[in-house]
Ligand binder design. Structure first.
Ligand SMILES: [Zn+2]
Length: 210
């Protein structure tokens, strides 16, 4: 085999390795995070804090974040009542619908990819060097997208969506599970919605290291 052919083979196998989609449960940390979803969904403070934030008008539903399900939402007392019912009925991600893949760009900050309204998600393998509680945060966040919630097309960063339902539910999950596991202090991915930080402090869930 000449050197050019060899290079092609190496590059092809590298991209194949990178693009290969595997099951989340094959990664022990992801498997644990999948199992932890029910702990937060069934935790009374998950519901209570989300309802309080909604009542205070702290959750950002603007700019078409729920436009594809507007009709459905009108049947509920509030948008958060709709979201809580989704979590109650559809629960977290079932283990077999969580996949892992490597995003082509290893430096991308993307932690996961979920098509709105689609009942599966893919976690970026380049972004798994974090603990199971942070991965749980991502799963709960993506689950909200699986219920048809989106970020506005031109606003995809956390900073631009800080107080939307997906980021709030994800960050709240991480705070709740930290509390449940007896973690006193935690470095979480910042920024976090200020109204949620207030609740985390008020209920003494965890001290966020800034
Ligand atoms: Zn998102």
């Amino acid at each position: 085999m000449n050197i050019n052919k060899l290079i092609v083979v190496v590059l092809l196998s590298f991209s194949f390795y990178n693009c290969k989609v595997t099951k989340g449960v094959e990664n022990p940390k992801v498997k644990k995070a999948i199992n932890l979803q029910k702990e937060v969904i069934d935790h009374p403070l998950f519901k209570k804090i989300l309802l309080e934030l909604e009542q205070e008008g702290a959750i950002d539903w603007s700019e078409g974040r729920t436009s594809s399900i507007q009709e459905d939402l009108s049947n509920y007392e509030s948008n958060i009542h709709w979201l809580l019912e989704q979590f109650e009925k559809k629960r977290g991600y079932y283990k077999d619908v969580v996949f892992l893949w490597r995003k082509f760009n290893p430096f991308s900050k993307t932690k996961a990819a979920t098509y709105p309204c689609k009942d599966s998600t893919k976690l970026n393998k380049w972004r798994l060097k974090r603990d199971k509680y942070s991965i749980l945060n991502t799963l709960i966040h993506e689950r909200v997208h699986s219920f048809c919630h989106i970020h506005p097309r031109n606003k995809q960063t956390k900073r631009e969506n800080l107080c939307d339902a997906a980021y709030i539910a994800g960050d709240l999950s991480e705070a709740i599970i930290s509390n449940k596991m007896g973690i006193k202090e935690r470095r979480m991915s910042l920024p976090i919605c200020p109204a949620l930080i207030q609740k985390i402090d008020e209920y003494e869930l965890v001290k966020i290291i800034k």
